[in-house]
Design a protein. Structure first.
Length: 228
């Protein structure tokens, strides 16, 4: 979304999008988060709850890590893996360099890096912001922010499921443009499902989607520039 065909960032567009997202987020917290949350809760269903398990960040990381490993094994069968350095001694550095060399062009590697980067950013934001999850609103009518909190109940913003899913699926769409319509549709559906099941506020999903998109662009631009 913020990446040119030559894999450079559209900084002006990114700046405008950041401002718009921040304004929408502020408006949501002050005005539309609660009514939109209550409206979306009407659409809670079994399918959305299944999505909560399938599209969690851990699941994305495990699946893509396995795919990267499989890609390395496939390459290693054609070209022997390197475990030893120039002194003919076992070296993790040598193995890592060989692993990177063999996997850096795979789609799985791009997607994995996108998810990892997005999750790291999300983890920091969650702790710093410390937003109370909607469960407090539904049970007690309470909302609020408790900065620098590591408790799950106060790590609502942004949505981790949404961030990881957008990071993965937006990257897929960039690598395989023909399926972009599907990846974007699925990513948006997952985001909406997080509100419907009562796990997040709408603005949690908005920020998560934005972080996921931006990190996918940054990772692709960085990998293309320095590794490929």
């Amino acid at each position: 979304m913020f990446l040119r065909q030559n894999n450079t960032i559209k900084w002006r567009l990114l700046g405008v999008a950041t401002i718009v997202t921040a304004v929408l987020c502020a408006a949501g917290i002050a005005w539309f988060d609660r009514p939109l949350f209550l409206f979306m809760r009407q659409f809670d269903c079994a399918a959305f709850r299944v999505m909560a398990h399938i599209f969690q960040a851990k699941a994305w990381l495990i699946v893509t890590a396995i795919l990267v490993g499989m890609f390395y094994i496939k390459k290693a069968l054609k070209s022997k893996p390197k475990f030893r350095n120039d002194r003919n001694r076992f070296s993790l550095v040598t193995f890592y360099a060989d692993f990177l060399q063999k996997t850096k062009t795979s789609y799985a590697f791009f997607i994995f890096c996108s998810i990892v980067s997005a999750c790291l950013v999300t983890g920091v934001i969650k702790i710093v912001v410390g937003r109370a999850r909607p469960i407090f609103y539904e049970a007690l009518g309470l909302t609020g922010f408790f900065p620098f909190n590591t408790e799950w109940a106060f790590n609502s913003m942004p949505s981790g499921h949404t961030t990881a899913t957008f990071a993965a699926l937006v990257m897929m769409g960039m690598l395989a443009p023909k399926i972009k319509w599907f990846t974007w549709t699925l990513a948006i559906t997952v985001g909406l499902s997080r509100v419907a099941v009562g796990a997040h506020w709408p603005t949690d999903v908005l920020i998560g989607a934005f972080v996921g998109m931006v990190m996918a662009d940054f990772v692709k631009a960085t990998l293309k520039k320095y590794l490929i």
